[in-house]
Ligand binder design. Structure first.
Ligand code: AMP
Length: 271
C-alpha cells in the first residue's frame, strides 16, 4: 500500500483517505463521495481495529463483510480498498502507541478509557501508510474528529481533516454499523437519542442557552424510554470537548451516549 500511494503521488495525484471499520452504510459512502470530490485518488481503509475496543466490548462480533464493503466503496467512487490483516498492522512484537491526552479524556474517554489511544494509533499508522492529502471523518463521531484533528496538529501530519455531516435514517436514527445489533423493539427505542438532541436543538433555536436546562430536558425525555440507560448528556466545546455552561453558537455541541439494552449508541448535534 505504501508503494502504491508513492506511485500515485509521483503521478501528481492527490490522495483522499476514508478510514472505516467496514460494514459500510450510506453514512460511510457519503464520506467516500466527499473524498472523491476533493481528491484524485480515494483510498477507503476497512479495518476493525482491535486496539480501540475495550476487553468487554464487541470486537469479535463486530460485523465484517469485506466483499460487500469493496463493492459499496467502489460504487461510491473509491479507487482502492485497503483492508490489512490484523497481524500486518500489529505484528507480535508491536509496542508503540499514540495518545492524545486532553480532548480524549471526557465523554467517550471517561467510559472507554483506552478507546481513543487505539483510534489515534491506527489513524497515525494509516496516515503514514497511505500519505493522504485529505482525510474524511464523520461528525457522527464528533469526539473522534476532535481527537484526530488535535493529533494531526500536534504531530504535524501534513493532512487536511475534512468533517462530513451525520447521515440519518428517515426516522432520525443516526446511521451506524452497530444499528445491525438492534432488534425491532430496541431500534424503536434507539430513536430516543436523536429525538432528545433534536428537541434540545429546538429549545436553543427558541432562545435557550443554559446547559443545565438543555441537559435536564434531554435526560427527562430519555428517561421515558424503558430500554434506554443514559451514559452521558453534555454541552461541550466541539473542538476541545470541554463542558460549557452556556451555548455559544458555532462553538457548542450537545453530545449524548446511551445503552439501549446491551447496545451502546452515541449521537450529537452542533448548535
Ligand atoms: P466506523 O466504521 O464506525 O469507524 O466509521 C468510519 C467513519 O464513518 C467515521 O469517520 C465515522 O464518523 C463515519 N460515520 C459513521 N456513521 C456515520 C453517519 N451516520 N454519517 C456520517 N458519517 C458517519
Amino acid at each position: 500500500m505504501q508503494k502504491l500511494s508513492g506511485t500515485l503521488r509521483a503521478q501528481g495525484k492527490t490522495i483522499g483517505l476514508v478510514p472505516t471499520m467496514g460494514a459500510l452504510h450510506d453514512g460511510h459512502l457519503s464520506l467516500v463521495r466527499r473524498a472523491r470530490a476533493e481528491t484524485d485518488a480515494v483510498i477507503v481503509s476497512v479495518f476493525v481495529n482491535p486496539t480501540q475496543f475495550g476487553p468487554n466490548e464487541d470486537f469479535t462480533r463486530y460485523p465484517r463483510d469485506i466483499d460487500a464493503d469493496t463493492a459499496l466503496a467502489a460504487g461510491a467512487g473509491a479507487d482502492i480498498v485497503f483492508a490489512p490483516p490484523v497481524e500486518e498492522m500489529y505484528p507480535k512484537n508491536y509496542s508503540t502507541y499514540v495518545s492524545e491526552e486532553a480532548v480524549a479524556r471526557p465523554l467517550e474517554g471517561a467510559s472507554r478509557p483506552t478507546h481513543f489511544r487505539g483510534v489515534t494509533t491506527v489513524v497515525a499508522k494509516l496516515f503514514n501508510i497511505t500519505r493522504p492529502d485529505v482525510a474524511v471523518f464523520g461528525q457522527k463521531d464528533a469526539q473522534q474528529v476532535a481527537v484526530v484533528a488535535k493529533m494531526t496538529e500536534d504531530l504535524n501530519f501534513p493532512v487536511r481533516i475534512v468533517v462530513a455531516p451525520t447521515l440519518r435514517e428517515a426516522d432520525g436514527l443516526a446511521m451506524s454499523s452497530r444499528n445491525r445489533y438492534l432488534s425491532g423493539a430496541q431500534r424503536a427505542e434507539a430513536l430516543a437519542l436523536g429525538r432528545a438532541l433534536a428537541f434540545a436543538k429546538g429549545m436553543v433555536e427558541k432562545g435557550e442557552r443554559r446547559s443545565d436546562r438543555l441537559v435536564a430536558e434531554m435526560t427527562h425525555l430519555l428517561a421515558q424510554y424503558r430500554r434506554v440507560r443514559v451514559i452521558y448528556v453534555a454541552l461541550v466545546d466541539r473542538r476541545t470537548m470541554e463542558p460549557m455552561r452556556e451555548v455559544e453558537p458555532g462553538r457548542s455541541m450537545l453530545a449524548a451516549a446511551a445503552w439501549v439494552d446491551e447496545v451502546r449508541l452515541i449521537d450529537n448535534v452542533t448548535l
